[in-house]
Design a binder for this molecule. Sequence first.
Ligand SMILES: *[C@@H]1O[C@H](CO)[C@@H](O)[C@H](O)[C@H]1NC(C)=O
Ligand SMILES: *[C@@H]1O[C@H](CO)[C@@H](O)[C@H](O)[C@H]1NC(C)=O
Ligand SMILES: *[C@@H]1O[C@H](CO)[C@@H](O)[C@H](O)[C@H]1NC(C)=O
Ligand SMILES: *[C@@H]1O[C@H](CO)[C@@H](O)[C@H](O)[C@H]1NC(C)=O
Ligand SMILES: *[C@@H]1O[C@H](CO)[C@@H](O)[C@H](O)[C@H]1NC(C)=O
Ligand SMILES: *[C@@H]1O[C@H](CO)[C@@H](O)[C@H](O)[C@H]1NC(C)=O
Ligand SMILES: *[C@@H]1O[C@H](CO)[C@@H](O)[C@H](O)[C@H]1NC(C)=O
Ligand SMILES: *[C@@H]1O[C@H](CO)[C@@H](O)[C@H](O)[C@H]1NC(C)=O
Ligand SMILES: *[C@@H]1O[C@H](CO)[C@@H](O)[C@H](O)[C@H]1NC(C)=O
Ligand SMILES: *[C@@H]1O[C@H](CO)[C@@H](O)[C@H](O)[C@H]1NC(C)=O
Ligand SMILES: *[C@@H]1O[C@H](CO)[C@@H](O)[C@H](O)[C@H]1NC(C)=O
Length: 771
Amino acid sequence: MRLILQKLVLAFMHLWLWWSSSIHVDAADDSLNPGDTFNSSSQLYSKSRNYFLDFYSLLSGGEFFTYLAIQNAHDNTIVWDANKEQSVHQNDAVLSLNFSGVLKIEYPSVNKPIILYSPPQPINNTVATLLDTGNFVLQHLHSNGTTTLLWQSFDYPTNTLIPTMKLGVNHKTGHRWLLFSYLTEGRATPGGFSLEWEPKGQELMIRRRGKVCWKSGKLRNNRFEHIPEDAQGVLNYSIVSNGNEDSFSFTSTNENITYFWSLSDTGRLYYDDKEGYVARADLCYGYNNTDGGCQRWQDIPKCRIPGDVFTKKSLYPNYENVTYEENENISHSDCEAACWSNCNCSGFKELYTDGSGCRFYQWNSSKDYIVDGTVSGEDFYVLENKRNIIPHHHGTKGWIWISTVIATTLLIICALILCLAIKKRKHVLQEKKRKEMTLMEDFGNDLNKKHGLKVLDYSLVVAATNEFSSENKLGQGGFGPVYKGTLPTGEEVAIKRLARSSAQGIVEFKNELTLICELQHMNLVQLLGCCIHEEEKILIYEYMPNKSLDFYLFEDGTRSKLLDWNKRFSIIQGIAQGLLYLHKYSRLKVIHRDLKASNILLDENMNPKISDFGMARMFTQQDSISNTNKVVGTYGYMSPEYAMEGVFSTKSDVYSFGVLLLEIVTGRKNTSFYDDDHPLNLVGHVWELWKDDKYFELVDPSLNEVFDHEEVQRCIHIGLLCVEHYANDRPTMSNIILMLTSKSEIVSLPQIPAFYVQRNHCFYSRNDYFY
Ligand SMILES: *[C@@H]1O[C@H](CO)[C@@H](O)[C@H](O)[C@H]1NC(C)=O
Ligand SMILES: *[C@@H]1O[C@H](CO)[C@@H](O)[C@H](O)[C@H]1NC(C)=O
Ligand SMILES: *[C@@H]1O[C@H](CO)[C@@H](O)[C@H](O)[C@H]1NC(C)=O
Ligand SMILES: *[C@@H]1O[C@H](CO)[C@@H](O)[C@H](O)[C@H]1NC(C)=O
Ligand SMILES: *[C@@H]1O[C@H](CO)[C@@H](O)[C@H](O)[C@H]1NC(C)=O
Ligand SMILES: *[C@@H]1O[C@H](CO)[C@@H](O)[C@H](O)[C@H]1NC(C)=O
Ligand SMILES: *[C@@H]1O[C@H](CO)[C@@H](O)[C@H](O)[C@H]1NC(C)=O
Ligand SMILES: *[C@@H]1O[C@H](CO)[C@@H](O)[C@H](O)[C@H]1NC(C)=O
Ligand SMILES: *[C@@H]1O[C@H](CO)[C@@H](O)[C@H](O)[C@H]1NC(C)=O
Ligand SMILES: *[C@@H]1O[C@H](CO)[C@@H](O)[C@H](O)[C@H]1NC(C)=O
Ligand SMILES: *[C@@H]1O[C@H](CO)[C@@H](O)[C@H](O)[C@H]1NC(C)=O
């Protein structure tokens, strides 16, 4: 499981592999003595090299989480994390044992160290050792040659149980041993599930936030009733029950097989990385106590019936009645539990890219959402009744006969409905329009009250723009012209008149507007108000006096000289921050889909502000119904998967960002970059020069060779990483910001970019498509 994760963490892994193969600071030793320190370059191996201890990083939701971890040396499974509650920074974390016997992790970026153990009285003679069992122990060495155990990692399990590690309770100290799942796959913070030993019933159980989901059943002949035979084949269980403790542990009867149980963030108890299960608490919905140890619950809501389960689907819902649970400390399983126990909830979606947080949806029937992976590519978890889908056992002939009857009946009914529908259609259309008008009035009040958005009178807008005169026209956006307007207060605004042709209804418009209102970031153009008049929908934005980036960038005269390198670099960083916000920190994951130089506006201090955000998606929602193949965006900035298949994700924005970044460095447009000697687009051209190490030839001549070489190289490097063919190979916006701001060398090397057009041959990166 986590092996898969490691593969995903490509860039980081390169670094990590490099470290682990080139540096073995403490490799010869299995112990830390007082005064020793241990940093991210160090590793501590147990005597027979079964396990090792080091600082290990996981990339989750675009952030690195670093833990002091014990790993199995054979398969790199993490079996323990020291600092699961609080991750540290890879670069500056140090584990130390000091002369007072204090074992702690210090990291200068935070003042307070993480204390693993501190003795009541200072103890000088201590030693911390990683044992061959995978137990990291701190011992007190006495002068007569004996030792006392002060602390051991086995007392603080994370999500993995390895041989000889205990579950249960120590009656002397009251200390309990139990496993907690990770919060999400990449974050060791204790999550929703726990695995415990229940001494009274002499069985294992899994709880979800305290509620018992699953029980193993009693132990008979060294076997638990509800654990599959495959999962306990090589195990020898050991149960201790006396005045000192009540505990459970296992050993493997074949010492050559590394064996462990691991509790996943979704409530599955794995027994190895091959996806074998000891228990599946994720399948326990509380209906039945017969299925594999699942427990029955008293408090099942009336609206849920046996067979209701969550199914993962890629779909695009009607955005009505959405509620959020915005908490990075709740996991997928918490969302599931909350949705399941609320009869109004039909399904949910994860809020953050790392899988935490929830967004709940309500719909009456499957008509209220569109199942279409190509439109949104977003994963939803929908409550469905699986029992009704189970096939019936009729004879084949009887089945065909029944199907025919049903089909014929349906056909007749459909025909009737169609007739009625055609008759009623006109009437319905009129009715709909009337309804929308009423909705609109409520809508205005609502927006104003809840979101502080101005709803302007149409006459005012007409006056502000001189009746939409051509002198006031600032440009033509993707969805209609933009005018400069002056409100009666003297405030200057940009007024965008959305094309009438959009078939979007008032409700959808309102939903999208509410979403946009919530987007507030210094690198995004702020929406100030709106106006609706009959068919007309108008948006009012803050006015940007310095026009857009393309106005300066793609001009060879004085304007491009206004953008010196420092300004360009800060513009690049601003755009990156704005995009990161859209992708990650706004309440909704917004994918811009039309990022380009003309959509980057500049304020009076030449700070960049992304405009047109969210609009692309707002229109596609309607377009998708009539034409799923329609791709909104600008050629030259579009990622291959979006241009060719209509699939978009945050990584398609990353692609556009890469193109934009290369344009800012070179001052050339990606699309209009052809001459007879070089029938290449900009991306191809940059790639060619980069390969030959001549990339400084790329830099915009308007800069007069005044620029920071290291920053330029970094930008080109990042730009090429962003335009990689496969979305998975492109970095996330948070990686990009990390790379832009840090001084350390970028590890991953770019590969041949997408849409790379070579002399006289057109080929589409690694595949043979034609573009
Ligand atoms: C780790 O410590 C060693 C020795 O103290 C030092 O040379 C090395 O630079 C440190 N590594 C990091 C990443 O801080
Ligand atoms: C060991 O660390 C603890 C906690 O940081 C500190 O209070 C103590 O003074 C240290 N002892 C020595 C000998 O440095
Ligand atoms: C602890 O022991 C070491 C060596 O055994 C000695 O050098 C040091 O002075 C001792 N420190 C204290 C505070 O007793
Ligand atoms: C060794 O010394 C420690 C502490 O001084 C004491 O608790 C322990 O009983 C001694 N062990 C033996 C075998 O003498
Ligand atoms: C199981 O473990 C016990 C002690 O923990 C040992 O006596 C016994 O031989 C083991 N059984 C097998 C089959 O290894
Ligand atoms: C474990 O491996 C060693 C060496 O490969 C072998 O001698 C031993 O018999 C194996 N033990 C078992 C239980 O298979
Ligand atoms: C429990 O599950 C079994 C087997 O799947 C099924 O036959 C039975 O009807 C279920 N009972 C309830 C109360 O859902
Ligand atoms: C949304 O909520 C409103 C009022 O809260 C309700 O009237 C309406 O029926 C709900 N829509 C859906 C899809 O349930
Ligand atoms: C999540 O938990 C951490 C530490 O437990 C806490 O600092 C943080 O405020 C929590 N976040 C939320 C949104 O509750
Ligand atoms: C479900 O929706 C109804 C009507 O929209 C509302 O009255 C009720 O409070 C909601 N229930 C929950 C648990 O949110
Ligand atoms: C769901 O049903 C309610 C009541 O029947 C209706 O008011 C609402 O508009 C429906 N919602 C959707 C999204 O169809």
